[in-house]
Design a protein around this ligand. Sequence first.
Ligand code: ADP
Ligand code: MG
Length: 288
Amino acid sequence: MFGKKHDHMAKTNVPPAMEANEAARIAFEHDLPLSKHHFVEGEHPVVRIEHLMKTFDGETQVLRDVNLNVWNGEIVVVLGPSGSGKSTMLRCINLLETPTAGHILIDDEEITGKSAKEVGIIRRDLGMVFQQFNLFPHLTAKENVMIGQTKVLKKSKEEAEAEAIKQLEAVGLGDRVDYKPPQLSGGQQQRVAIARAVAMHPKVLLFDEPTSALDPELVRDVLGVMRELALHGDMTMIVVTHEMGFARDVGDRVVFMEGGVVVEQGLPEEVFDNPQHERTKQFLGSIK
Ligand SMILES: Nc1ncnc2c1ncn2[C@@H]1O[C@H](COP(=O)(O)OP(=O)(O)O)[C@@H](O)[C@H]1O
Ligand SMILES: [Mg+2]
C-alpha cells in the first residue's frame, strides 16, 4: 500500500461516489437545461460517471476527470477529435477497460471494482455496437443475434430465435436472416450487430463510431436504423459519432470531449450554433 512503485497517482484524489439521492438531485439541476430529455422530478440517472480516470501503462492519462450522467431514454451524442478518449470512456462504461480511478454507477449501483464474474453480469445491461461490427463470420445473421441470448441470458433456442427474427426484421433484414457476414454488405453487417445488441434488451446501448467503417452510401441505412431506435424505442443510447446531422436531429444532448475531459455539453442546437469553448469552436469549424 505504501511506496508501491507503480501505484496510480490519481486514485487517492477521488472522493467516494456520491449518495444516490444527492447525486440525482445535483445531476437533475445540472442537466435540465442541457438536454431535451423529459425530466421527471426525482428520477435518477441510469448512468452516473464521477471523476472517471483511465491511465494506460501507468503514464498515458487518457481520461482525466470525466463526469457525466445519462438519463433513462436519453440519446447522448459524444463528439470529439480522434484520441480524445471517447472509445476509452465507452469501454470503461461496459468494463472492457478497467477504470484507473473514479466511479461508474448503473441505476445507482457501482460497477467499478467488481470481480470478473460480477463484470459478466453487469455487462448484460450494457450493449455495445463497434465500428468493426464484431460479428462471428461463421454464424448466420440469426445465429449471431441468438448466441448472446442463449449463452448469456440462458433463453431457450426457440425464444432466442423468435427474438432474433423480430430484431432482424426491425433493422430491415428479415430476408437475410440465414446469410453469413461475408455475404452481407458492411451496412447490413452493422445492422445485424445493432439487432444483436437490442435483442439483449440492455439498459444502455453504446455505439462507438458505428458508421465510420462504412462506404458512404451504406451510412444512411445504419443511421436510419439508429434514428428509428432512438425515436421509437425507449432505448437509452450513448453514441460516439462524427455524423453531425444525426447528432443535431436525434441527440437529446451533445457532449464534446477533448483531452480526456468533457469540455462542453448541451442541447444540440446550442452546441452547434453557439459553442462556448474555443476548442469546441475549432473542432466544429474543422469538420464543417
Ligand atoms: N490499450 C491502450 N494502451 C495504450 N494507449 C491507449 C490504449 N487505448 C487507447 N489508448 C490511447 O488513448 C488515447 C485515446 O484513445 P481513444 O479512447 O481510442 O480515443 P478516441 O476514441 O476519442 O479516438 C489515444 O491516445 C490512444 O492512443
Ligand atoms: Mg474511438
